[in-house]
Design a protein around this ligand. Structure first.
Ligand code: ZN
Ligand code: ZN
Length: 260
């Protein structure tokens, strides 16, 4: 699997120059696993045009519907390609289908056209926490994250490789250590670095990179990639933290690629 970082920012996009190095687009990762797969659809997905230039179907796995994870859907280039096959996976919630929830945000009076009416051939797949499913030959597992408004962490497995994805997860609330079992032996874990160590905001649903390092040690995870930086953290602050972390993790930067 080849993973490309498209959006590293949490909560919202940043526009300031002093946040450019670590990235200003909101959460989005591209995974080339023999198919086009996106993990979340923050504003980073707007940089996907070259990645999806062929005619293969596109899959988008949504952890939850907070704005930083779906912001890119409004102007996502491939959603405007007539007939392009696009599959969006996410949860049904509070009696509302995935399509109804997304149309309530991307549609009148907030946007002229409903998402379900975009020109591509859009298919919605509702997923249930803990129920594994396949996207072609890729196995997807999910686990409830500790985060407001319901959020899923994912584990993706193919050809003996395992990729973990846990943005928007408050490790301090995971009293049963569910994440240790779920992400056991991952080749790479993409983990929530929204908070700075020692400045964690209890109940906001986020972690800091040191909690990711601890998780990797106990769960036998090989590589750690930090993402979902706090909206206010500038490059100098993040660089100082990355230096402190040494070689125990890598801080994600937009455009970075990792192969597992
Ligand atoms: Zn988020
Ligand atoms: Zn969130």
């Amino acid at each position: 699997m080849k993973i490309k970082v498209l959006g590293t920012r949490g909560s919202f996009v940043s526009v300031q120059e002093d946040k450019k190095y670590y990235g200003r687009n909101s959460s989005c990762y591209y995974v080339d696993a023999g198919m086009h797969l996106f993990l979340d659809a923050g504003s980073g997905i707007l940089n996907s045009e070259r990645l999806t230039a062929d005619e293969k179907p596109i899959h988008i796995l949504l952890s939850h519907l907070h704005i930083d994870h779906v912001l890119g859907l409004f102007e996502c280039p491939f959603l405007y390609e007539t007939g392009r096959k696009v599959y969006i996976y996410g949860e049904r919630r509070k009696g509302k289908s995935l399509s109804q929830q997304l149309d309530a945000l991307i549609g009148p009076p907030y946007w002229p056209v409903k998402l379900s009416g975009f020109p591509c051939a859009l298919h919605f797949h509702e997923i249930e926490e803990g129920k594994d499913f396949m996207i072609e030959d890729l196995k997807v597992s999910s686990m409830r994250s500790c985060h407001p408004d319901d959020c899923l962490s994912f584990a993706l497995e193919k050809d003996g490789k395992k990729l973990g994805y846990a943005l928007d997860h408050e490790a301090a609330l995971d009293k049963e250590k569910k994440a240790e079992r779920f992400f056991e032996n991952c080749d790479l874990l993409i983990f929530d670095g929204n908070d700075l160590p020692g400045h964690n905001k209890a109940g906001y649903g986020h972690s800091d990179y040191t909690q990711g390092i601890s998780l990797c040690k106990t769960a036998g995870i090989k590589k750690l990639l930090i993402s979902h930086y706090g909206y206010t953290e500038d490059d100098a602050t993040l660089k100082a933290e990355e230096d402190k972390a040494g070689n125990s993790c890598v801080f994600g930067k937009e455009g970075m690629e990792i192969v597992i």
